[in-house]
Design a protein around this ligand. Structure first.
Ligand code: ATP
Ligand code: MG
Length: 439
């Protein structure tokens, strides 16, 4: 993308409606714009990040054996009357009536709909287990939408649903998803801690929230220092397979041996047993949440398969959410400095920015055009005729992992300056070498 032609409306001033750094930076770098309270339009730079996160989430769901589907955003109220949640869900649910006076709703989650799809298709225990997921917009009419995309009303979620014949199977599916989540967050450059959590309106008795630490987080969290020390991600998530229940059991043990709980599940007696020097408290952002809830929906929605003895069995379910759009904000909370965003390589909108410090200088222009072509869509070319200072500031603000700076003196000598955004390290190299270094 050429910046001179790009739809990237950056802001010089800090917008005063934004209370936290990720929201400020998302507005300033031109990633999103609010269209109504808690509802956002995604602009090219922001959308590229959202799509990259989505891709990683999808790859790890697929790797775990979950199958992607796409359920609609609009659902019939009937299904929710069957489970009893139409009344229970309260004002957070956006209720709609169509022209035939049928009650519809904009889905805040999809347990009912996926159970309905399942019961129409799956008739025998031989077809179990099944894990289905989709990445779809949700609507929850939050009382206080705030912090930009972190607590929106319309937001993008990956939600998966597992169906197993029995409790043991359901626990294996639950652990499989936990592993997929740890891998996902690791690839996003985040250190997420699985914490015991409340099950809320979804119901059930086994639940973990995946929390990343940030002073602006909405939950109070308590955890053992072990989570700071061990590289439990590579020790844990790297070494286990999704296939064998024994592997998954060991992985689950690594993740849950040490104390980690959110406010609602905090247990003073167990916390007392953690030695004082290992106690950590702080604020956290919930980026994912997994639940096991057994037969809650399969019973209420009359869903059964033929078991091994021919008798009907209600499958055991779990559901598993990741806040895809919230993650854009959460990553920025975890990775920024005073100058702007610092994107992890895996999700950056562009791998590099090419900064032409003197538009109109033949050597600069030629070198930049060649670099731009070589990066084949993976670089943002700052071809505006602004001062160098403005270009440096915008590149820092937008947070590309690398900056390739082309000035007249360097260009004449066949050199560019390569800057790593995260460390500020600079290196003078030949332009041909940049692609290799940037990767
Ligand atoms: P919260 O406690 O933050 O309100 P929740 O427990 O209601 O979230 P879940 O039903 O567990 O949310 O949804 C799965 C994931 O979707 C959450 O872990 C979170 O990352 C994301 N999410 C939930 N609500 C919102 C929202 N209003 N805006 C953006 N993302 C959200
Ligand atoms: Mg939750």
């Amino acid at each position: 993308m050429r910046l001179s032609r790009g739809f990237i409306p950056t802001l010089k001033e800090t917008p005063n409606e934004a209370q936290i750094v990720s929201h400020r930076l998302m507005l300033r770098a031109g990633l999103v714009r609010q269209t109504s309270a808690g509802i956002y339009a995604w602009l090219p730079l922001g959308l590229r990040v959202l799509r990259n996160i989505e891709r990683i989430v999808r790859e790890e769901q697929d790797r775990s054996g979950a199958q992607e589907i796409l359920m609609p955003t609009i659902q019939p109220a009937e299904l929710w009357r069957e489970s009893g949640r139409y009344e229970d869900y309260g004002k957070e649910m956006l209720r709609i009536r169509d022209r035939h006076e049928r009650d519809m709703l904009y889905g805040p989650t999809n347990e009912e709909m996926v159970t309905d799809l399942f019961r129409q298709a799956i008739k025998s225990y031989r077809e179990l287990p099944q894990i289905l997921y989709h990445i779809q917009w949700k609507f929850r009419d939050e009382v206080r939408p705030r912090f930009g995309v972190m607590r929106g009303r319309e937001f993008l979620m990956k939600d998966a649903y597992s169906f197993d014949l029995d409790h043991d199977g359901a626990v294996t599916s639950y652990r499989k998803m936990m592993l997929a989540y740890m891998r996902t967050f690791q690839r996003l450059g985040l250190k997420a801690i699985p914490m015991e959590a409340d099950t809320g309106p979804i119901g059930g008795d086994l639940s973990h929230e995946f929390i990343i630490l940030a002073p602006t987080g909405e939950s109070q969290v308590y955890f053992d220092a072990a989570f700071e020390e061990i590289d439990y991600l590579s020790a844990g998530a790297g070494g286990f397979s999704h296939e064998k229940p024994e592997d998954l059991a060991r992985f689950f043990e690594v993740m849950t041996t040490h104390y980690a709980a959110t406010d609602e599940k905090h247990d003073a007696a167990r916390w007392d047993q953690v030695s004082a020097d290992r106690k950590r408290e702080g604020r956290g952002i919930e980026v994912g949440h997994i639940f096991y809830f057994g037969t809650k929906y399969t019973k209420s929605m009359n869903t059964a398969v033929a078991g091994p003895d021919g008798k009907p069995v209600h499958p055991e379910m779990g559901s598993y959410g990741i806040g895809v759009s919230r993650l854009v904000g959460a990553v920025i909370e975890a990775s920024h400095d005073d100058a702007g965003i610092i994107w992890p390589d895996s999700i950056a909108p562009f791998r590099a920015a090419i900064l032409n410090l003197k538009i109109g200088d033949a050597a600069c222009d030629t070198m930049c055009e060649q670099l731009y072509a070589a990066f084949d869509g993976n670089a943002l070319y700052d071809d505006r005729s602004d001062r160098p200072g403005a270009k440096f500031a915008d590149a820092d603000l937008m947070g590309h992992p690398w900056q390739i700076v082309v000035g007249p003196r360097g260009a004449a000598a066949g050199k560019v300056e390569l800057k790593r955004r995260a460390t500020g390290e600079r290196l003078e190299i030949a332009p041909e070498e940049t692609l290799k270094r940037v990767g």
